[in-house]
Write a protein that binds this ligand. Structure first.
Ligand SMILES: *Cc1c(COP(=O)(O)O)cnc(C)c1O
Length: 360
């Protein structure tokens, strides 16, 4: 078995014990004589899988009772439309533009109403989080939208914006379950699973129950109404059943690791190994304002395109894969999600040290 150190931004590395457990259960899940992939979602066995997944997620995040947990599909990008269709009662919402994913959500919001960009860090290639302590929040905004961890640019809101009482909607795709979270500060938290939780396609949405109503925008398809999924326990139609099962295994793994406080401590230590090296290096440097650095996605560059390309090629050869930065930023990006072992980051840093020496 030749596993690599996979620094992909997503789909991304998953815990090996989860993959092994899924492999062991592939032909016969728990005496059912079939794979979860082959199983009716209306079966008792599957109901237990999805119920346990939800209960474990609620426990991990401390989700209050007045929040619903929905397992949806269509990726995070489908939420860019679903959110305004369901939440834009006044057809006004405020968006904070901290990168491509926030921008895409904002553009989609504008299809359905007036989506205002109330802050942006586009002026410096999204390398920082704008001051959100006193934003011009619209009087009748239905929500304020953020992308909490910016996967492409490597920034993170370490302090939530002051929404002046409006519900905060956060895309947490790339920081889901990486640290403790006070769910009560949000109207809605959602994310695609493929960054930190499970297979692509699955989306987990945690929504304050009063925000889920039957009053959706005219023309909203049935499948895109939150209340339909709420009323049917995320099984109005066939859910992404196998994906949810893997998410459930990751939740169990996270509980075994000691929960989100333990993950945060682990992630901080792990990220510091790379950031400390970047701060000391004369060849490599991080691209993000220090106080806004993400613990999950770490973009970095050298001053030369040739060196960047040589580094990526040699790293790939050495088993450190998917380090190429997003096409809009260039350079490199190491995504070091929950499941990336500390050893992977330590070895990457040793490799970078050697590369720097050899190419001085
Ligand atoms: C990857 C990503 C998305 C897009 O997810 P899809 O599942 O491909 O739609 C949206 N937001 C963030 C923050 C992401 O990292």
């Amino acid at each position: 078995m030749a596993r690599v150190y996979n620094f992909s931004a997503g789909p991304a590395v998953l815990p090996e014990s989860v993959l092994q457990s899924a492999a062991a259960e592939m032909m016969d899940y728990n005496g059912s004589g079939m794979s979860v992939m082959e199983m009716s979602h209306r079966s008792k066995t599957y109901q237990k899988i999805i119920d346990t997944a939800e209960a474990d997620l609620r426990e991990l995040m401390g989700i209050p009772d007045n929040y619903k947990v929905l397992f949806l599909q269509g990726g995070a990008s489908t939420q860019f439309a679903m959110i305004p269709m369901n939440l834009m009662k006044n057809r006004v919402a405020d968006y904070i533009i901290t990168g491509q994913w926030a921008k895409k959500a904002w553009q989609e919001g504008n299809i359905y109403g007036q989506a205002n960009a109330v802050a942006s860090s586009a002026d410096k290639t999204f390398s920082y989080i704008p001051d959100c302590s006193d934003l011009p929040i619209s009087e009748n905004a239905d929500y304020v939208y953020i992308c909490e961890n910016n996967t492409i640019y490597g920034t993170k809101f370490h302090q939530l914006p002051d929404t002046k009482g409006k519900p905060l909607v956060a895309d947490v795709s790339s920081c889901f379950l990486s640290e403790p979270v006070d769910v009560s500060k949000y109207g809605m938290i959602y994310g695609g699973a493929q960054k930190n939780i499970g297979p692509a396609g699955v989306v987990i949405a945690i929504i304050r129950e009063d925000l889920i109503t039957e009053d959706t925008l005219p023309g909203t398809p049935t499948m895109l109404k939150y209340h339909i999924h709420r009323d049917n326990g995320s099984m109005y139609n066939t859910p992404p059943a196998y994906g949810i099962y893997i998410c459930g295994k990751v939740f169990q793994w996270l509980k075994e690791q000691g929960g989100l406080e333990a993950m945060q401590a682990y992630n901080k230590k792990k990220a510091a190994i790379l950031y400390d090296f970047l701060d000391a290096s004369e060849m490599f440097r991080g691209t993000v304002v220090k106080k806004d650095r993400s613990l999950m996605n770490v973009p970095f560059v050298t001053d030369s395109e040739e060196l960047n390309a040589a580094f990526i090629a040699q790293a790939t050869q050495a088993g450190f894969v998917n380090l190429k930065g997003h096409r809009t930023v260039g350079g490199m990006r190491a995504s070091i999600y929950n499941a990336m072992p500390t050893e992977g980051v330590e070895k990457l840093v040793s490799f970078m040290e050697a590369f720097e020496k050899n190419n001085r």
